[in-house]
Write a protein that binds this ligand. Structure first.
Ligand code: HEC
Length: 451
């Protein structure tokens, strides 16, 4: 009898190390998933499958264990130990440990009485009620399981010039569009007779000569051949980030009666079957003119500073490049966006003040072309006149780079602007976009979070 007690005691010790856990889905894990995963992993969300119920999570638990421990999910390539941004997506070490212990402990459901209610999501807007909604032409996304990159254009006519507070991009189908960067071409009255005659779509992987010809067929220029004025980053989209909106009084722009929104580029993820994309743009007008319209400056490819050494990446090599730009006046930085293509390996940006202090901007130790966020600082970041912004980037043109489009690798280089036709995905780019305002006293205390 005594022997049996000792034995069963030993068995229960063995059980409790490794196969049992007090953690349950309902009480401990659901709150972590609902907050960090469900915003994308839900019906109508950007991810390919839902994580909203115990069964859905339980079915995927092995991959969830892998992607949460490796840091692949939630996706956030920026190093949170270097700088912080709004809406950061990452799991605390404590939450990671809980997920691991729960899965290794058999992933019990627990009493559903503890289950928190699912957060509410609006599939038609993350911002509010739009004043108007406009649609891109449908795009057939072929199911050849490859990434695809296009320029898509959307002509918009208004009765009168209007002030815009924000634009929001929404794909009709989750998990189809992976990212899109939208620029608004604003035509002055009388500058362009028709904005609807040009082609509406350009494949960014065409061979060079076709590409330039097809770019011209988009007919984006004014009637006299000059380029219209443009609002860069009028709208950007990444799964989980539909609109770039700042607190009242910051940002916004004027939209002329005739304009063309160009998604350049729009990236569709790999899918196994043909699907139609029918993406839309919500526009939020404002009665007041923009008080502090934002400015953009870009370092690198086609930008205000040159890349050193020039961006040529020989086959089977990893190369390092830098670029720097002096800031002539006191500025307040709102948002930054590093941009590279498939060979990108790592990225870092910082500013050196005239007194030699460093202002950290961003570090991305492991570049992932799928997750090119526009990173907004929690508060405006002052960079004083005379500071120099530096970027440092690495490119990997070996076969170790799983995203290398060429096997065996071939020389890849940047392509400079050719009447705006500079962006084929299989060429490389190194850009760093800074969205800024002229500095005003007290800006460093202004929160950029929109309530
Ligand atoms: C910002 C949106 C977003 C968030 C937040 C997010 N995911 Fe994902 N997830 C995606 C997308 C999109 C994919 C499809 C793969 C891709 O595009 O990289 C994906 C893929 C996955 C996969 C499949 C990976 C594979 O290799 O097949 C798993 C598992 C996953 N996510 C789990 C999670 C978990 C767990 C969380 C929360 C801790 C989370 N995701 C948070 C967007 C998101």
């Amino acid at each position: 009898m005594k022997k049996f007690i000792i034995l069963s005691f030993a068995v229960s010790i063995i059980l409790s190390c490794g196969t049992e856990t007090d953690l349950t889905f309902s009480k401990d894990i659901a709150p972590i998933i609902y907050k960090n995963c469900t915003p994308c992993h839900r019906s109508g969300g950007a991810a390919p499958f839902s994580l909203t119920t115990f069964n859905q999570v339980n079915r995927k638990k092995n991959t969830i264990l892998g992607v949460t421990q490796s840091g692949l999910m939630p996706p956030w390539p920026a190093d949170i130990n270097y700088t912080h941004f709004l809406d950061e997506k990452y799991l605390s070490e404590g939450d990671k440990q809980k997920i691991k212990d729960w899965i290794n402990g058999g992933a019990p459901q627990g009493d559903i009485i503890h289950l928190p209610s699912l957060p509410l999501f609006n599939n038609f807007s993350r911002v509010g009620n739009p004043d108007t909604t406009v649609w891109f032409d449908s795009i057939l996304v072929t199911g050849n399981s490859r990434d695809k990159f296009y320029i898509a254009t959307l002509p918009i006519e208004l009765d009168e010039r209007k002030y815009v507070r924000a634009m929001e991009f929404l794909p009709n189908e989750n998990n189809l569009v992976h990212h899109m960067n939208g620029r608004l071409l604003n035509y002055e009255d009388g500058a362009k007779t028709s904005i609807t005659q040009g082609n509406r779509l350009l494949n960014l992987e065409l061979p060079e000569t076709d590409y330039i010809q097809q770019f011209n067929a988009l007919q984006l220029a004014n009637d006299n051949g000059t380029r219209p004025s443009q609002i860069n980053s009028a709208v950007n989209y990444l799964p989980g980030v539909e609109a770039q909106i700042y607190p009242k009084g910051i940002g916004g722009f004027t939209m002329n009666k005739k304009s063309i929104l160009t998604a350049d580029d729009i990236h569709f993820g790999p899918i196994p079957q043909d699907k139609w994309d029918h993406s839309r743009v919500n526009i939020f007008f404002s009665k007041e003119p923009p008080k502090r319209p934002i400015n953009e400056v870009m370092l690198g490819t086609n930008g205000a500073s040159k890349i050193i050494p020039p961006l040529v990446v020989p086959p089977n090599k990893v190369t390092q490049h830098t670029s720097f730009l002096k800031i002539p006046e006191d500025i307040s930085i709102l948002t930054i966006n590093p941009h590279m293509h498939l060979l990108g390996k790592s990225f870092k940006a910082y500013a050196i003040k005239p007194n030699k202090d460093t202002i950290r901007l961003i570090s991305i130790p492991k570049w992932d072309f799928r997750w090119q966020y526009f990173y907004t600082f929690p508060k405006m970041l002052k960079v004083p006149a005379g500071s120099i912004v530096y970027i440092e980037a690495e490119f990997d043109n070996t076969i170790e780079n799983q995203n290398n489009p060429n096997n065996p690798p071939i020389e890849v280089r940047e392509r400079l602007n050719n009447g705006g036709a500079g962006m084929r995905t299989t060429d490389e780019m190194l850009q760093f976009i800074i969205t800024w305002l002229p500095y005003q006293e007290g800006d460093e205390n202004v929160s950029l979070k929109v309530k």
